[in-house]
Write a protein that binds this ligand. Structure first.
Ligand code: PLP
Length: 395
């Protein structure tokens, strides 16, 4: 018996445990300090009322023989897939069919699991800094990984590289940099994927935070993308489902990849096979909750919550700029990426000591994150205002 040795190539992630350790050491020395955490990537506002009502109703349905639901379709109930296709795509002029949508328990699992249907010999390109799941799951599979530097010079939205890759992970709006891929950049990536016979794995978990009208909401707004891209979306950051768990992945029927014998195989068919084999679906109750996000009340409540977080983002962005920092992101994303004086971890300690504010060192997201720092808009208004007052006074 042997293990999957690729797991031994994973870098131990100390980022969040190191943060926790440094904060608790600081608290021991300064027991009265009022710590404000702006490092968290989890939402803090309660679920929309429309979602809560849908959960209650769906639970009540389970008490009668007619309403009871056991195993459902692995790829999601028709009512939710229809709501997704209508609201997230057709309403924006993008024609996605219900059977191209796969409901799941998270974009984290899907962005990792998608590798099941793709060869381990593929070369993977990921941006640096990056959401660590793409890196770690492909390390587990033993794939060769190439990094695309995401830097201030390319506005943290890199162009395609000179070399060939088979799989490309793109995340827009981006975690951790808060940047977005413009229509032109996204088109360059779609052209690159088509000419290299590559697949783009497009993570738009933060699509709900886009505020500028000309930023693409979906990669399928770009001509040709259905032939080369898989899109991941999530209810987590859109509607507070980080605990409830619901997301979806779009695998267009036009998308195919080569088998060893040279024949073209539909990725939609492979993903359906993978999901129906390894996944037993998202609970009915949770899918009814997700459906409620698209009701008129649900939409209004989601808009209100996003506006709340984005006002926090504005406060952070403008407050940091007023304190003399160079700031990126925070306009189409709940993440603010700032240039810090010196190394990321030194700034972490400096900020903690001077202001009792906790953020995330950029170096934790990759080599190119060194010298940067991430703050999130997911705190309370009160804490966000207080944190920025402290920062403005201290720097
Ligand atoms: N994708 C990105 C870029 C994220 O930042 C996160 C969560 O932080 C996820 C996916 C995870 O989404 P989910 O909660 O649907 O698994």
């Amino acid at each position: 018996m042997r293990i999957n040795d690729n797991y031994l190539n994973l870098k131990e992630s100390y980022l969040f445990s190191d943060i926790a350790r440094r904060v608790s050491e600081y608290k021991e020395k300064n027991p009265c300090a009022e710590i404000i955490r702006l490092g968290i990537g989890d939402v803090t506002r309660p679920l929309p009322a429309a979602v809560i009502a849908a959960v209650h109703k769906a639970i009540d349905e389970q008490s009668s023989a007619e309403g009871f639901r056991g195993y459902g379709p692995e790829q999601g109930y028709d009512f939710l897939r229809r709501a997704i296709a209508d609201n997230d795509y057709r309403a924006n002029g993008v024609d996605i069919q219900e059977d191209e949508i796969f409901v799941s328990d998270g974009a984290k699992s899907d962005t990792g699991n998608i590798g099941d249907i793709l060869s381990n010999d593929n070369i993977v390109a990921i941006t640096d800094p990056v959401y660590p799941v793409y890196l770690d799951t492909n390390t587990m599979a033993g794939r060769e990984i190439k990094y695309i530097p995401s830097t201030a010079e390319n506005e943290f939205a890199p162009n395609p590289p000179e070399y060939r890759a088979d799989m490309v992970y793109l995340c827009s709006p981006n975690n951790p940099t808060g940047s977005v891929l413009t229509r032109e950049k996204l088109k360059a990536w779609v052209d690159y994927a088509i000419s290299n016979n590559a697949v783009i794995l497009f993570d738009s978990a933060y699509v709900a935070y886009i505020s500028e009208p000309d930023v693409p909401r979906s990669i399928y707004e770009i001509d040709g993308a259905k032939k080369c891209a898989i899109e991941f979306r999530s209810f987590s950051k859109t509607a507070g489902f980080t605990g409830l768990r619901c997301a979806y992945t779009v695998v267009p029927k036009e998308l195919s990849a080569k088998a060893a014998d040279g024949s073209a195989v539909s990725l939609n068919k492979l993903w359906l096979r993978r999901q129906t084999t390894k996944f037993n679906g998202v609970p009915y109750i949770v899918q009814r909750a997700a459906e409620a996000v698209y009701s008129p009340e649900g939409k209004a409540q989601v808009r209100e919550t996003i506006a709340y977080y984005m006002e926090n983002a504005r406060i952070i962005r403008e407050g940091l700029a007023a304190a003399g920092f160079k700031v990126f992101g925070g306009v189409n994303a709940p993440y603010i990426w700032m240039k810090c004086p010196g190394a990321s971890w030194d700034f972490f300690d400096l900020l903690l000591n001077r202001t009792c504010v906790v953020g995330t060192p950029g170096s934790g997201f990759g080599k190119n994150g060194e010298g940067y720092f991430r703050l999130t808009a997911f705190g309370t208004r009160e804490n966000t205002l207080e944190a920025l007052e402290r920062i403005k006074k201290a720097f």
